[in-house]
Design a protein. Structure first.
Length: 68
């Protein structure tokens, strides 16, 4: 079963995930801004689009901020 929070299939090409490529191209400060922006995006749209899945996505970014 696909997991749209942990490993979304639409963000994978072969063995590579988009998030890993993005992280490798950003400085630590840029990465911090990227993560903060995504957290805010998912919290913002939770009531009008993704519901609890968006809340889980926001949490994913917070939990994985310093692991990637």
């Amino acid at each position: 079963m696909d997991d749209n929070v942990e490993h979304p299939p639409h963000y994978r090409h072969g063995a590579h995930e988009c998030i890993d490529a993005i992280r490798s191209m950003l400085s630590d400060e840029e990465w911090k801004g990227y993560v903060k922006g995504n957290v805010l995006k998912y919290l913002w749209r939770e009531s009008s689009k993704g519901g609890m899945e968006d809340m889980r996505k926001a949490r994913w970014y917070l939990d994985n901020f310093d692991k990637i």
